[in-house]
Design a protein around this ligand. Structure first.
Ligand code: F6R
Length: 604
């Protein structure tokens, strides 16, 4: 889960690489390093910690060339330290490599290379790669060949960039199961783990597939398969603009992304949904009459989006839906076949567990449909069908706008399925109108955040918090609890409100904070009486509701606009996102880069 970036052209490489690394820091920030090729010498500078430490490293101005590779690290093998930072060089200092991924057989390769006389200075899995390239170069005398032979020996995942004075006008890149994009400029080219890292310079991209290799010169890019046969690839124009990956007037990316939600939800709805017209998804031609079960599979927040929308599929399409974590699904022999539709949700499109689950579903003959934010990402290239959320680049590690876009898009997909199955009703038509009204209702919530900010100030020192709700309110409670844990480091749990009395209520005592979500008219009374039970035991309560609620001793009552309970997660999640955000700010924490986390979890 590291970030890599590369530049070849006529500009000085360092500023481009630093800018790219800063934007990739969400992928890891244990250490950072750069290697620039100048006058046939590979010059390396590394710093422990954040990219800003590298940026202020007094040795950095010595790197003056126009070809360079850089890396920001999320430590897996070896502690965060200078030795373990990338780029890594081979023993002869002729090959510099940055790597994102994990080499599973590195111990074996290291032993083999040690027998050949190679020595190692780091504890990383990566250091075997430059030495392996050097090993093959000795016999092949051709760098491209040496790289292709070296990667054939690697088990695991990798996106690598290689530079060498033996091939001074090129960067060689290769990938398997880790993301890598190539940005195309005029007389210059870029490489990065994701699009926003170089979006300031170009909107034209190539997406490297697994087991492909590219040789990138400043005015030419050549692609090869793993047998080094030349292949053709299609260039793609990306619509995201550079400003969408900048913080703008906001203090943090997370806050910016929370406030962007009305806009990106509107873009996600796009032209797919119009009142009194059937929903439309180009290219999805699944015979739904042949489907008897839907599995929704994802991780973390994306999985919560699945939990929040399962009710809509079941209600309108009358097909049973099971939601599972990709990390569980992939190892439990799920009962799936050609009559199962498996839906995979992912912001990044690169999550290792989700990719493995998707491959498993494909092998079992199921139909696979991906709901993804990042265009051209790995999941989109494996799934039978892909539909895109239009959340734009999500930079903050904690996911916010991707979630609301996923919930909206899945609801629209459910309508599309229902209509394709021949269902139509007044309720379905009203539901469409309600979806179209969501952006303006989201804006109403965002226009006044004071109550949430004040309540966060009241409770930010607490060690534990609880969230309760029923039905979609339970799904959103899980998401609220995850947001809080991630960025405020406060322990929290989400419970289905009806489960409280079966155990968790033993945890409630004087002063414990409980957040209740109650937006379902059929269940509001039940949730409120569960809240009454915790109030009786001394709990400090915040409620998020759009229903008439009984007069009770509630410490903070957040009113949100009315809407169908199947859509309420899109609205009720906003106060929960803000609550987590303000608490983290009150605790003086880095909300965009919480400890131990990385945005894109490309390792198992
Ligand atoms: C939480 C969060 C993670 C991701 C999860 C899946 O804020 O960001 O839980 O939702 O790692 O990531 P994607 O959606 O990229 O597959």
């Amino acid at each position: 889960m590291c970030g890599i970036v590369g530049y070849i052209g006529t500009k000085k490489a360092v500023p481009v690489l630093i800018k790219g690394l800063l934007s990739l820091e969400y992928r890891g920030y244990d250490s950072a390093g750069i290697c620039v090729l100048n006058n046939d010498i590979l010059n390396v500078v590394k710093s422990k910690g954040r990219v800003k430490n590298l940026e202020s490293n007094p040795e950095l101005p010595n790197l003056t060339g126009s070809i360079g590779i850089a890396h920001t690290r999320w430590a897996t093998h070896g502690i965060p330290s200078n030795e373990n930072s990338h780029p890594h060089l081979d023993n002869s200092k002729e090959f510099a490599v940055v790597h994102n991924g994990i080499i599973e057989n590195y111990t074996e390769l290291r032993k083999m290379l040690e027998k050949e006389g190679y020595t190692f200075i780091s504890q990383t899995d990566t250091e075997v790669i430059p030495n392996l390239i050097s090993y093959y170069y000795k016999t092949e005398k051709d760098i491209l060949k040496a790289v292709s032979l070296a990667i054939k020996d690697l088990k695991g995942s990798y996106a690598i960039e290689v530079i060498s004075p033996l091939l001074p006008d090129s960067i060689i890149v290769a990938r398997k199961d880790s993301p890598l994009v190539i940005g195309v400029g005029k007389g210059e080219n870029y490489v990065a783990s994701d699009i926003p890292a170089v979006l300031n310079y170009t909107t034209k991209f190539y997406f490297l597939e697994d087991n492909e290799i590219a040789k990138i010169d400043k005015d030419k890019i050549s692609f090869y398969n793993n047998s080094l046969q030349p292949i053709q690839k299609e260039i793609k124009d990306i619509e995201w603009d550079a400003a969408s990956s900048e913080k703008g007037v906001f203090a943090d990316y997370m806050l910016k992304e929370i406030f962007e939600q009305p806009q990106v939800v509107m873009e996600t709805i796009g032209s797919r949904l119009k009142p009194n017209e059937k929903c439309y998804f180009e290219d999805i031609d699944i015979d739904l009459k042949d489907i008897n079960k839907i599995f929704v599979v994802a991780c973390g927040t994306a999985m919560h989006a699945g939990l929040a929308t399962k009710y809509t599929f079941e209600h309108f399409c009358k097909i049973p839906v099971e939601v599972d974590m990709a990390s569980e699904f992939r190892y439990r022999n799920p009962l799936i076949d050609e009559h199962t539709l498996c839906i995979f949700i992912s912001q990044s499109g690169e999550t290792a567990d989700t990719i493995a689950a998707l491959k498993l579903a494909k092998n079992a003959g199921s139909k696979t449909l991906a709901v993804v934010n990042v265009i051209g990402s790995s999941i989109t290239r494996i799934a039978d069908y892909t539909i895109y959320t239009h959340a734009g680049p999500e930079i903050a590690v904690a996911s916010t706008k991707a979630y609301t876009c996923q919930v909206v898009l899945l609801n629209i997909l459910a309508i599309y399925f229902a209509e394709s199955l021949g269902y139509s009703s007044k309720e379905l038509e009203n539901f469409k109108t309600e979806i179209l009204e969501l952006p303006s209702k989201m804006k109403i919530i965002l226009d006044d955040t004071k109550l949430i900010e004040d309540f966060a100030k009241e409770v930010y020192t607490q060690p534990d918090l609880y969230f309760i709700g029923r039905n979609t309110d339970y799904a959103v409670s899980m998401e609220g609890s995850l947001k809080l844990k991630e960025i405020s480091y406060i322990h929290s749990e989400a419970y289905a409100a009806g489960e409280l009395k079966h155990g968790p209520i033993a945890l409630i005592e004087d002063g414990v904070t409980v957040i209740g979500v109650a937006t379902n008219p059929n269940l509001v009374e039940k949730t409120m009486s569960n809240l009454e039970e915790v109030i009786t035991r001394g709990a400090n309560v915040m409620v998020i509701t759009n229903q008439d609620i009984p007069n009770m001793k509630i410490n903070c009552n957040i009113r949100i606009p009315k809407c169908s309970s199947m859509l309420s997660p899109v609205l009720s999640v906003i106060p929960l996102q803000l609550f987590a955000y303000y608490i983290a700010k009150d605790k003086n924490l880095d909300v965009d880069k919480p400890r131990n986390l990385a945005k894109s979890v490309t390792v198992e």
